[in-house]
Design a binder for this molecule. Structure first.
Ligand code: GLY
Length: 260
């Protein structure tokens, strides 16, 4: 099945991004733009079709396109993000997504960030976090029920999103930092713990059979390689200062995006 990634270029205002757990450090915008280009190139080299949206200069976090929507094979759900400053990111993304999926919408009092949603087959794990509340999880559950997805809530503490602390990496395995989430809900999957020195390394992006992780996590790379995973590292150091990982800068859809 071909894959399509929707991405959005880095905002010149990224230094004003939301931060929940990280101390603010200056972001070199030119370097962030170059790293984001390398990220797009990496996905393209792995055979992913890229739909690149222009930057939103007035929306500092708009490069993190994973958060305003949840896309499954049947529908795209436009969210009401947990950080009010980020909510205006959704409208332009919804416009693009409407070309590929029927849209559904979460409504107040629901809040939910796509970074809190980890789908593995028909199971949808949703982080109950600072950004995603119980109403967000309930509304998502109701919208996905007709398509036979089972939504399970996972408590998140100590990090921004569920996917800051857990990622599906293939072979029935979840890469995880159990000190930030209640991993109980992943019963039935093999849990692979990130090395203690690299607590943020559990955010990984699986593209076909390749597990993409940030270049700053060499111990995690060794662990994954030892377990037989094919690993690709990518330098996202400037985006990490905005509390990003490798999943949040793309919204990946199964299919070719309707482009022949
Ligand atoms: N800076 C990413 C976020 O807080 O949503």
């Amino acid at each position: 099945m071909p894959l399509t990634a929707i991405v959005r270029e880095v905002s010149s205002s990224i230094n004003d991004c939301e931060l929940s757990f990280h101390a603010r450090k200056p972001i070199d915008v030119a370097r962030a733009i170059a790293q984001h280009k390398a990220y797009r190139d990496c996905l393209a080299e792995l055979g992913v079709r890229i739909i690149s949206l222009p930057a939103e200069p007035g929306l500092p976090d708009a490069v993190f396109v994973e958060d305003p929507a949840v896309v499954v094979d049947e529908i795209a759900i436009i969210s009401n993000m947990g950080a009010p400053s980020r909510r205006p990111e959704a409208s332009s993304l919804a416009k693009v997504l409407s070309r590929y999926r029927p849209l559904r919408f979460l409504a107040e009092p629901a809040t939910l960030d796509g970074g809190d949603v980890l789908r593995i087959g028909r199971s949808v794990f949703v982080g109950l976090s600072r950004r995603t509340n119980r109403d967000g999880i309930e509304q998502l559950r109701d919208l996905l029920k007709p398509y036979d997805y089972l939504v399970r809530s996972v408590d998140v503490s100590g990090c921004l999103h569920l996917k800051s602390a857990s990622s599906y990496i293939g072979n029935d395995t979840v890469l995880v930092n159990r000190s930030w989430i209640d991993a109980e809900q992943f019963h039935g999957f093999e849990l692979l713990d990130v090395p203690g020195e690299e607590p943020a390394a559990a955010n990984a992006l699986l593209v076909n059979d390749v597990v993409i992780i940030p270049a700053s996590f060499p111990k995690t790379r060794s662990l994954l390689k030892k377990r037989g995973f094919c690993v690709q590292m990518i330098d996202v150091s400037e985006l990490q200062k905005a509390e990003a990982g490798v999943t949040c800068t793309s919204l990946i859809l199964k299919g070719n995006g309707g482009i022949e």
